[in-house]
Write a new protein. Sequence first.
Length: 305
Amino acid sequence: MAKAKISAYEQERLENIKQNRELLLSLNLVGISDSVYPLGSEPAGQRRIVNKAKRSANSRAEKDDNDDDDGAWGGGGSSGRKSRSMCGMEVPARRSKRLRGESAEPTTEIEERVVETGDISELLLGAESHFATEVISQAIKVEGHYRGWVEQGVMERLGIQGNATEAWESEGGGKFSFKDPLGTGKKISKKSVPTGQSVAKFVASKLLKKNPNAFFYRHTEPGIEQWTGDWTEEERLVFLRIAKDHGCGDKWGLFSTHIPHRVGYQCSNYYRQYVIPQGWIIDDNYRMDSSGHAVYVGKHKRGGM
């Protein structure tokens, strides 16, 4: 009887099994895998899971290669963070003691306090502990406040007054509150809001000259396109220059007038997600968690103008 020839599909399946086994070996999980599914007997669902893990590992490896850039584009670059090397391994091995049948490490006093109080601040690191000395020495230090006003050219083109008080009073004044941001004493009817636009963006659109901070938090200068996506190197340098000259950390609408194609909430997000984690600016209102994310620990304030 002639020996059955392996189909192309079966040949590809066996090759995938081989590659998956190599991946499991790199993760120190092959013993666990074999105890559940002998080689070549994994069900289709398990094969899909392992293939996804392989693709994820490859993706992480590619990202690590790209992180050698200077970080000017928002997502890449080294932050100078003090970290423990994994000796060049692309995918760290799982170290769970539960899987090895060992007892977990006892909780520390700090961990017990965090569980009891819900306050994670003791688990966070300040900039001096998180970043390398060289990064600290080159960083811009701020106090979390923007001390400037609308960019001079924008102010002149749009006829905006020279400070917040004059701007508010020259456009009708009134008592500011978050329930009545226009200062008219009237509630805003949702029926007056255009379809597809949020109430917040609609209200902000009415405050160009009266409350520029609110307007520019959600809108660019009239006639100027809003950009989305990665920040350019030029934008990054402008951001840092304005922060150095005028401070930053609040009043993001006003701050954004110096960066033509960005609005206030984009500047705020960029600050929290990239500028602080990279160590370009040090703001004591933020601490760093073990994953390198910035966590706000300052006082929560609400400022209208």
